[in-house]
Design a protein around this ligand. Structure first.
Ligand SMILES: NC(=O)c1ccc[n+]([C@@H]2O[C@H](COP(=O)([O-])OP(=O)(O)OC[C@H]3O[C@@H](n4cnc5c(N)ncnc54)[C@H](O)[C@@H]3O)[C@@H](O)[C@H]2O)c1
Ligand SMILES: [Zn+2]
Ligand SMILES: [Zn+2]
Length: 389
């Protein structure tokens, strides 16, 4: 089959590889219909996630059709149209039982490696380095899905492929981010980052009862999406002082909750931007936490900071004094999508949300390098590239 593989920094190539096969009775093989490029893939493309090997198939946000099932798969049949959670869970361990699927104890066969970095290991992720299990990703014609009964969700009739695709990753991530804000009626929620994850966090904050949502980014076309498709108020951080603007919007108090949907590769101008860029390049710090710093500063006392932008390692100059003295609540993590996906598919089926507005580019796997480059540079107003393998 054809698959898009990682060969090094800024280097992905479509090559011919062997088809996947059933390795465990709980596996299913899915023919991938749509697979998109997520902000997390950029951390691989930019070389910030250790343990990638040349030839690894990448991609983790996808939907498709079941073509084969292992003998112990009970809920799926050949021909079923499914969306698969980007995070792999067993459904049975202590964490899965508590709904903390992204902390699954059984889905990362390279647990020892991740454990040695983070203290303990977490769940496996499709196409996301050997640290997270070494699973083949979804930028391919076919993919093996372990614990298929738990990780693949049947798509209701009437939900289009384009919309269902984002129930794999961006939508549950945004929903998890908003759910973590413990939104009360009348709350104002600010979201840094208007990629698909930030846009879905904005939608979700409304779904969960926020009165006003504020989108922060620097790309006018993304801010426009937030205004037109979500109804968010928008702030361009290149044009205004975000912390002052947020004070103005909230009568001087600050947002009740702040969502970081940007993570380790945040952009910043001027000296602070240069400082982190140099330190990151020299590996003196792994992440560029501009947004985290701003969000801590901007959040109202007693408010919640919800982090879904990915961080990988050690961060510098985090204003813990502000966080501690303002009694902020920090919530964060990789998305436990299994908790939300059926509910999100219902929202889509009911016409309450249609995440497909984030798709700006479609191409074949053979144009993979071009797709990644477009998404990285945000050229041609790119928000989500979708491959049709
Ligand atoms: N926690 C999870 O389970 C999970 C799942 C999916 C993605 N993610 C992470 O979410 C983040 C966003 O993903 P995406 O797919 O939306 O990526 P994306 O690259 O499309 O969007 C990131 C956005 O952040 C904006 N940005 C950069 N610096 C900023 C700043 N200083 N202030 C405000 N905005 C800024 C960029 O302009 C861009 O629009 C990534 O870190 C990704 O790894 C996490
Ligand atoms: Zn992702
Ligand atoms: Zn588990």
């Amino acid at each position: 089959m054809r698959a898009l593989c990682w060969y090094g920094n800024n280097d992905v190539r479509a090559v011919t590889v062997s088809d996947p096969s059933i390795l465990n009775p709980h596996d299913a093989i899915i023919r991938v219909r749509l697979s998109s490029v997520c902000g997390s893939d950029l951390h691989l493309y930019d070389g910030f996630v250790p343990s990638m090997m040349p030839g690894d198939i990448i991609g983790h946000e996808f939907m498709g059709e079941v073509v084969d099932t292992g003998r112990d798969v009970q809920n799926l049949q050949r021909g079923d149209r499914v969306v698969v959670c980007s995070i792999i869970a067993c459904g049975k361990c202590l964490y899965c039982q508590r709904g903390l699927f992204s902390l699954c104890e059984n889905s990362n066969p390279n647990a020892w490696a991740e454990g040695s970095l983070f203290g303990y290991h977490t769940a496996g992720i499709f196409g996301y380095s050997h640290l997270f299990g070494g699973y083949a990703g979804s930028h391919a014609e076919y993919i093996r899905v372990p614990f298929a009964d738990v990780n693949a969700f049947k798509i209701p009739e009437g939900v289009a492929d384009d919309a269902a695709l984002f129930a794999s990753d961006a939508f549950p991530t945004g929903f998890f981010a908003a759910d973590n804000c413990n939104i009360q009626l009348g709350d104002i929620v600010a979201v840094w980052g208007c990629g698909a994850v930030g846009l879905m966090a904005l939608c979700s904050a409304y779904l969960l009862g926020a009165e006003r949502v504020i989108a922060i980014d620097r790309f006018p076309e993304r801010l426009q999406m937030a205004r037109e498709h979500v109804g968010a108020e928008i702030l361009n951080y290149m044009e205004v002082d975000v912390i002052e603007a947020l004070k103005d919007i909230t009568a001087g108090r600050g947002p009740d909750a702040c969502i970081d949907a940007v993570g380790m590769e945040a952009h910043a101008g001027g000296l602070p931007g240069m400082y982190d860029k140099v330190k990151q390049t020299l590996r003196l710090e792994l992440d560029r936490p501009h947004v985290l710093r701003h969000a801590i500063q901007a959040c109202r006392p007693g408010g919640t900071l919800s982090i879904v932008g990915v961080y990988a390692g050690l961060l510098d100059k985090i204003p813990m004094g502000a966080a501690m003295n303002k009694a902020l609540t920090f919530k964060m993590g990789q998305q436990p999508g299994h908790r939300y996906i059926p509910r999100l598919l219902d929202y889509i089926a009911a016409g309450q949300v249609d995440p497909s507005f984030v798709i700006t580019h479609r191409m074949s796997l053979d144009h993979g390098q071009e797709g990644y480059q477009l998404f990285k540079t945000k050229a041609e107003d790119c928000v989500r590239v979708v491959f049709t393998p």
